[in-house]
Every structure is written in structure tokens, then in C-alpha cells.
Unconditional design. Sequence first.
Lengths: 529, 495
Amino acid sequence: MTELFLTLFIPLIGSFALLFINKEQVKLIKYVAFGFSVIAFIVSLTLLLQFNSDNPNLQLTYEKVWIPSLDIGFRVGIDGMSLLLVLLTTFISPIAIFSSFDAIKKREKSYYSLLLLLQFAMTGVFISLDLFLFYIFWELILIPMYFIIGIWGGKDRIYATVKFFLFTMFGSLPMLVGVIWLGQFVGTHLAHVPNGFTTNYELIRQYSHFIPLDYQKWLFWAFALSFLIKVPVFPLHTWLPDAHTEAPTAGSVILAGVLLKMGTYGLIRFNLELFPQASFMYASLISWLAVFGIVYGALVAMVQSDVKRLVAYSSVSHLGFVVLGIFSMTVEGIQGAIIQMVNHGLSTGMLFLCVGVLYERRHTREIEEFGGIARIMPAFTVFFAIAMLASVGLPGLNGFVGEFLNLLGAFKSPFLGSIWYSVISATGVIFAAVYLLWMFRRVMFGTITNPANHGLKDINKREWATFLPIVLFIIWIGIYPSTFLQLSENSTKKLVNKLEKIKFGKERYELPVIPEISKPNNSNIENNQ
Amino acid sequence: MANELLKELALGFPIFFISATGILLIILDAITGKNKKINYIFAITILAITIVSAGWILLNQFYNEASNLASFPISMGMLAYNGYAYIFDVIFAVAALLTIIAAREYNQRAEFEYKEFYSLVVLATSGMMMIAHSADLLLMFIGIEFMSITFYVLAGYFRKRLTSVEAALKYFLLGAFASGFLLYGIALVYGATGTMTFQSISQKIIAQDYNNLYLILGITLVFIGLSFKIAAFPFHQWAPDVYDGAPTVISGFLSTAGKAAAIFAFILIGKNIMFVAIKTLDSSHITTLQNILAVLSAATMLIGNITAIAQNNVKRMLAYSSVAHAGYMLMGIVANTPDGWAGASFYAAVYMFMQIGSFAIVANLEGKDGEYLEFSHYSGLYKTRPLISAMMVVFLLSLAGIPPFAGFFGKYYIFKSAIDAGYLWLTIVGIISSLISVYFYLRLLIYIYFREATEFVLHTSEPRAAGFTLLISAALTVLLGIFPSYLIELLLYLR
């Protein structure tokens, strides 16, 4: 629990600490920021020691009532899925900070301070077990991201950042109504809490399947809208290419690596858990949107002339697999979705880093401008190739595991009940190979046609250091994914059991019986049951 | 008797003190000659003592003593001494204090510092506190009038500036008209129930001893009058012009404390008449009234925010958006529950900090004759004024309702109370209008942070004393956002 607190608050402390450093001492600022994020990563690793992966319940929970009259509390805790995503956050953040050492040349103090604030908010999203707290962190993401894109971004940064902000707000405000409505309904009619209002996630989850379907339908969309925008699912994806393209490299890395996962995380954590009946109802609709997004994203990526935009569209395609896996509502699908979230964070994050390397040297991202880079930057070629192949889904690298499980889940799903989802999505894998390999060939191979490319320097030590840890995990997940899959396996099984019990009346998986620790302030609720 | 006299004197100390010393301050104006600093210091001292004494009574719960008193020899039952009133005493006095502190250097820069300014602000505050303490419709009316008349003068304070005079005249003419509605409504309520005090009005309603038609008509007219005072649709047209024309620091004061006072009057009517009447057999009219108020609230939010989009002048943008914020507060009145009143009060309090703060920043950057108010003048402000820019971020994001700032929690609580009361559609309108407001608040941030300064050179110096206003406002905007429970629990407990 202390470790969870430290993981959450170290970046925040770092963010404030930076404000007290003189802005001329750029080097100190960089290393202090990097130091804080590395410490946060090391602390987050200790979570692994405390976490019991046999236990399907939420663990390391902590509760402190914040606003008593509304039963809003500072409630945090993790299960397998959130643990993986917290680790992803604490892993990607120092890399993002490290990668900006050369690229960011103005207002460094604000930049690193905002990056750490962003890390704080992202960690908060993944560990909060209170709807109000979750919403606060969810919105808090916007503020640093708004400035990161708006100040350090590319040419059309203002347009991109405003679009990003308004899209997200447009999605999250219905969620706010949903949170209030849900808290009021469950608090008054189901859980009978003292003031008739609660945002306690675990409490609401206990009563979730008693919510009448008529209400669930609305609540489902109130929550789903903001998550689907964040993922993004076709046709709500239009903010993404702009934001990705205009953001500075570290911004894109965090955006692709962690921010998009907040949407898919929310779909599992809130939509499946809290509105099961409505999820059955809309599973096929959202799955079709996901399938369409997979193909559409891939086709649009194929015709991009800007490398970064191409990678951005590939995100739309890849996250379609995740959404498909989630709404297959099978253990394979959801496990695949969770591992695919991590994979996408690693491989797409690395692709953005690679694009950043090119951009720093040539200040352009047009595919036409390059060609034959492999001859002069051999080390870079290797890393770029690994990231690209991982993204394509080559067996032996991480992307394959996730996509395979997603497709398998969708294939077997008793909820979707059709093989066409998998069949059509599988073409997305082929298209991914087409657009990524084609891009790679045009950028890296052939002869150097553009004289400006002569004399480009190969990656330096710092860039080596940013790439190596990512490559390690890409290969690790590709060869032995069980290390990661088993962390979230039991919590996923518990969720699927719950869903299948509601739909088919029986539970399929056996789980170790570990009782949830009852909370002292919920004693009146147990009496009501 | 003498004992009770003393006790009432102690209970009413904040309001008696500020009223008496406010008048003393006018006399002082005549004596002190050219030295304006004495009045400034004196006004600050008065307000500080008021805040401390009201806060003292509030924190030690001395207001409970009021129920032990058999008679009220001073006020004859016209003044109420409940905890709620003291909270608002503190809110009004803090607003006045922040305004006066920010005002001095602003007035000096405009080369227009007169001593009346300080006494007028203090007197306006005593008028507002009269509303907060009123146990009687008539006293409420007197408080509102007292406040309004000082506001008319304050709006026209820059009497050499045409816009300021125009603002004052417009405000005065329309305000007098609204006061007529208010008074006529009060007369009808009196006609319907035969009494003026809130307590006996509620008793008459519970006893079904009243004329329903006149009561409803009376409340409606009172609401029209009050809607004017908080600038709710369709009585909002005066607000942007007045806030735009008035001295900038005064705009901050008018649009926050003035609104809070009128909202308090709304709460008084809601608590003592509407909330009681809705429990009686013949409550359908009250529900109709609630629905009408809901429509007005929705229209206020939307119109305020939509018109604010088109503004290129920071002061006008804040003025228009101020209309919208009245709509949010009105939602709490529509809900007609203790939750709703607590939400509206909370929002009024936090709105005060963020709006006074942002107006103080605008005042600090304003030129001698009210120039440099365009958005473009704020380009690249972060470079020359990093601290002020950071504070502006806090105020604007809070106004837009983005967590973790206080404005977000205020909206959350109001939305919650509206949903509880069954006004889901109103909440959705509120949310849509919040989204609209995000656009224009962010637009100012774009100028401040993302654009580089063009030809504009800063003509003003760093804030001196006004820095105190900014610091307090920013700190409270953040703190009330992270720890709202202190204030909200207090409001709920005292309701």
C-alpha cells in the first residue's frame, strides 16, 4: 500500500520539486525529472512482490473518506490488469523523459514538470477505485497534455491541441452525468447508503447487475462515449492523427503508450463490470465498429506520406483488436486485450521514438525525403526493424501474442456468436504488414537519393539506452508471455465468470476462494442484504 | 432585558459593526483631507474585523445562542442569526476585502482614486450582509436596495469615462424597474399570507392559511426581480454592458458578491416558501414555477456561454460568461432541496474567488484609460508575467469546470442536486454549456501560452498589493477544489 502511494505521488512531488530549480540549470532539471521517474519505476516494481496473482480480487486497497456527505473517498487498489498498466506507465514515462533530452530546447522546466504531472495523473487513473476520483484523474490528464502539445508541438499544434481537448471533454462530460446518476441510483435504491449517494466502485460493482436494463443502456453509453473517444474507435478517432502528429516525440510516446490505454482500461473496468447486461446488448455493435476501425485504420495508414501520421493511423487499427478482444468477453479475448495494451504501448511507443530520431536529424517526417537510411545508420535500422516487426505482429515478438489471443477470443466468443469478426479483422494483420513493410522499405532501403541524408549520424548512446529496455520487453513478451499473462489471469477469469453467470447462469472457471476484505464502513450494507 | 440586549448586540456584532463604521467612514472622508491612505487602511480594518468576528461566531457556534433568546430588543425579530447567515457574512466581506486590496493600485494607475470608493464598497457589503441576516421580506428588500444603490454608484465610479457613466445609468434604470417587481411581489406575498416574516409565512403555508393565487403570483414577481439582480435570462441584457463599463475591479465585485447576495435571497424564498409549499396539498403551482425556473436557468447558461464565444475582449468575455455562471447557481434553486441550496452557495463562494481573481489580473494588465483588453494583447504573456499567467490558468480552468479546481466541484455538486431532484435534462444542458465554455476559456490560454508576443509591450508594472488578492484567490480556488468537504459539510450542516 505504501508502495502504491509512492508510485502515485513520487511524480507529483517531482513535478513540484522542479518548480524550485532555477530555469537556467537545464541539465539539473533534466536529471532531477529523470531521477524522479526512475525512482517511481523502481518503487512500482516492488508492487510485483506484494501482489498475489492467485487472488482475483482487487488488492492493496486503501480507503480514506474525502467528502463524507457524498461518500466520495480516496479509494485506490490494483488487480492484475491495473498492475500491468501501472507498470507500463512507470516504464514508459522515464523513457519519454530521457528521449526528450536533446529534442526539447525551450522552457525545459515547465516541460519536465508537466510530464511528471502527467505521469501522476495516468497512474491515478489506473489505480483509483472511486468513480469521482477516477474522473478527477481522467480530466487532470488533459491539462498537462494540452500544454505539452500546444507549446512544444509542431506546426499546427494549436489546432491539434484544442481538438484533443474538446473531443475528450465532449466525451467525459456525459461520463460525469453518468457518475452522478449511477451514484445516486445505486446509493438510494440498491445499496441504501446513509446519504443516498456513493461513488465507491467496489460497492457499486456488487449491485451492478441489479440496475434495470433501461438505465444500464444510457449509463453504458455515457461511460462508453468517453472511453471510445480516448481509444479511439472509428468514427471518433479524428482527433488522434492530429494530436499524434503535432505532439513532440515524448508526447506521442505517452499518448500512444499510455493515454489510449485509459480508454480500453475504462471499457473493461467500468463498462463490462458495471453494466453487464447493456454490454451484452451492444457487444456486437461496438465489435463491428472495432472491426471496421481495424480495416479502415490500416487502409488509411497505407496512403500516408508522413511517417508519424502513418504510425498514428496504425494505432487506430491496432486498438481495434483490443476493443474486439474486450467485447468478445472471453478469457482469451480480454487477456489478449490486456497484453495487447502493453504491447501496443511498447511497440508503437518505440516506433514514435524512431520517428523522433529521424525527425531530430532531418526535421522532416515525409517518407519521400528519406531512402537508403539503412546504409548510414545500421544500428538504428535494427531497432526500427524490431519495432516495426513487433507492430506487424511477427511471431516471436510481442505483437503476435496479443493479436492472436484477441482473434481467438472473438472467434470463440459465445457473446458475439459469429466468426466473421475474426475473419475480417485478420485482414488487418495482413494490411499492417503491407503498410509498415512498405514504409520501411521506402525509408530505409535503396540508395540514398536525397543529398541531405548523406552524413546522418547513427544513434548515440542516449538513444541506445532508450531503445534497449523496450526491445528487452518486446522480445520477452514475444517468447514467454506467461510472465505477464498470469498476473491478470485470475482477475480476468473472475470477470468472465460474472458475465457468463449473468448471461448463461453458470460459471466456467474455478478460482481460488479468497474472500474480499470487507470494509468497516459498509457494515450497514451487509445488513441490508 | 438588558442581558438580552447585550446578547443580541454580541450576536449581531458583524453586521452592526460594519454598518456603523461604514457610515463613520463617510464622515472620515470629509475629515481626512487629501490623505487617501487612511481611508484605505480603515476600510481594510473594518472588513478584517467583520470577517474575524463573523468567523469567530461561526466556528464557535455561538449562533446557537439565538434560539435561547426570548426576544430581540434591537431588531425586533427582523434579523436572523443562523449559521448560514454568518457563512455569507464571511463570503461577502472577503469579496470586499479582496476587491479593495486590488483596487487601490488600479485606481491610482487610472489617476482616479477617490476616498468614497472605499466607503461605498464597505456599505455595499453591509447591504449584502443585511440580506444574509434578514428574517423578514422587508429587510431583505432593504438589503437588496442598499446593495444595488451603492452598486449603481460604483459602476459609474469612473465618471469621466463615458462607458462607465453609461453602465451606471443603464444599471440604475433597469435596476429600479426590477426593484419595482420585487416590491410588488413582496406586497402580494404579504397580501396572501398577512405577514412579512419568513417564519410566520412558513407557518401559514403549513396551516394552509393563505391565498394560493396571490402567493404564487407574489413569488413569481419576486423571482423576476431577483432574476434581474443575478442577471438571469431574459433579464440579463444589462449585465455585459455594466460589467464591461464599470471599473474592472468593481466588475469583479458586482458579478460575484452581488450575485451571491441575490442567490442568497433566492435561497431564502426557496427555503421558507417554496420548500414548505411543495409539501402541501396544492403544490402543482410550485412545480410549475420550478420548471419555469429550470427553463430560465438552461437559457441563461446557454446564452451566456454562446455569446461569450464571439468576444475578442477579455473583460467582455468574462462579463458574458458571468451570465452563464448565474445559470449554474440557479440550478441549485431549481432543485429546491437543501442539497441544491448548499450547492448554489458553494458555487457562489468559489465563483467569487475565481472571478475576482481573473478580473484582478485583467485590472493589472489594463492600461490607464481602459485599453489593452483584447485577447491579442495577452499574446505571450507567459514570458513577461509567468506567475500571473500560471494563476490565470488556475482561474480559467476552474471557471471552465475542469478538475481538480474548485469550480469543478461546485458544478459537480449542483449537477448532483439537480439530478436528485429529477432535472436530468437540465444537467445535460449544463454539461453542454460547460463544454461550450471550455472553448473560449481555452482560447485565452492559447493566446497567453502558445502565441509569441507581437508588437505589444507591457505598460503596467507587476502587481503589488493586488498580488495578495491574486494569491489568496488562486490558493483558495485550488484548495477548495481539493478539499471541498470543509465548506460543503459546513453548508449542509447549517442548512
